[in-house]
Design a binder for this molecule. Sequence first.
Ligand SMILES: NC(=O)C1=CN([C@@H]2O[C@H](COP(=O)(O)OP(=O)(O)OC[C@H]3O[C@@H](n4cnc5c(N)ncnc54)[C@H](OP(=O)(O)O)[C@@H]3O)[C@@H](O)[C@H]2O)C=CC1
Ligand SMILES: [Mg+2]
Length: 362
Amino acid sequence: MGNGTSRLYSALTKTLDGSPAAQHPEYLVAPDPEQLEPIDPKELLEECRAVLHTRPPRFQRGFVDLRADGPSSSHAPIRVMQWNILAQALGEGKDNFVQCPLEALKWEERKCLILEEILAYQPDILCLQEVDHYFDTFRPLLGRLGYQGTFLPKPWSPCLDVEHNNGPDGCALFFLQNRFKLVNSANIRLTAMTLKTNQVAIAQTLECKESSRRFCIAVTHLKARTGWERFRSAQGCDLLQNLQNITQGAKIPLIVCGDFNAEPTEEVYRHFASSSLNLNSAYKLLSADGQSEPPYTTWKIRTSGESRHTLDYIWYSKRALSVRSALALLTEEQIGPNRLPSFNYPSDHLSLVCDFSFNEEP
Ligand SMILES: NC(=O)C1=CN([C@@H]2O[C@H](COP(=O)(O)OP(=O)(O)OC[C@H]3O[C@@H](n4cnc5c(N)ncnc54)[C@H](OP(=O)(O)O)[C@@H]3O)[C@@H](O)[C@H]2O)C=CC1
Ligand SMILES: [Mg+2]
């Protein structure tokens, strides 16, 4: 191990084990990432691979080129990653993934699988759900990789019911500071028919430093489980209303990432598909006719049986933005008979990654 690597390794292990969390609840401890030295992503990736050396190799996924003919923007595309990373407390204490051994969920290693996935695709913007290691892991490490982060915990996170939890889970939004300037940021507690709910969203307006173009990026995680379809629909309406205001009535282009906990047949999906914000769902573009969502974005086995659903989406303003490419999903063979999470994939949800470019202004 060279000097650089050992310096990095000590920084990584410090982030893992030596945080001040021994004295304080970790989610209340917020080290300033700007005071930490930058990390070279290649070095961190090597470090993660060293930690994961006993595990099977990570799955290979390719980007599918979706560019239509016509003039393409000269500016670098904006890469957006949407991912429910699985809260550590929920994975170990609540989710009941009966085919996934607890050993596969050990945080010290699973954390490296999550980082490896992020480092493999190097998104410009990261939209995460079920984050319960923001202050001790993702904010300091991603901060040192050049990201600015925002975290919004759920008001009554189910993680807090789990013994030895690491604080509440919530949504997190990260963007690369060398690419974007933050114009404004809104933390939203979603309502359902005027009632305050346990679900949240973050919406930020960013300005591209290269092109000076502005857009809004939002992340959310709607209420889970069957029987809550009308509740999700109401939460979706509230989010759309908030986004109408933030985008000044669809004047500012919009990207909305989320675990909607809703199949495309649900009302909340229809609200998003038919909203006056003029949104399209990016992953539909991977289908032959461009009209069908993927067959699954989450696939797990619980005590109640196998659960394979399409719940995660990246919505975008179809007039202002184009999807240049999207990361293919894992195949059934790659996922394997025990489904997710597993020794080589850290979450029960797949990451979705898209490259966007702005359309020419009319
Ligand atoms: N103290 C209080 O007054 C209150 C406490 N609470 C706590 O919050 C919890 C509910 O919070 P809420 O936000 O509504 O939770 P949700 O119903 O939205 O689910 C919470 C998490 O559970 C996961 N999940 C979904 N299906 C299952 C399943 N079948 N088995 C296990 N886990 C599953 C979801 O993951 P995914 O999205 O990946 O499917 C999600 O992250 C309660 O259990 C309670 O602990 C809530 C309100 C008030
Ligand atoms: Mg979950």
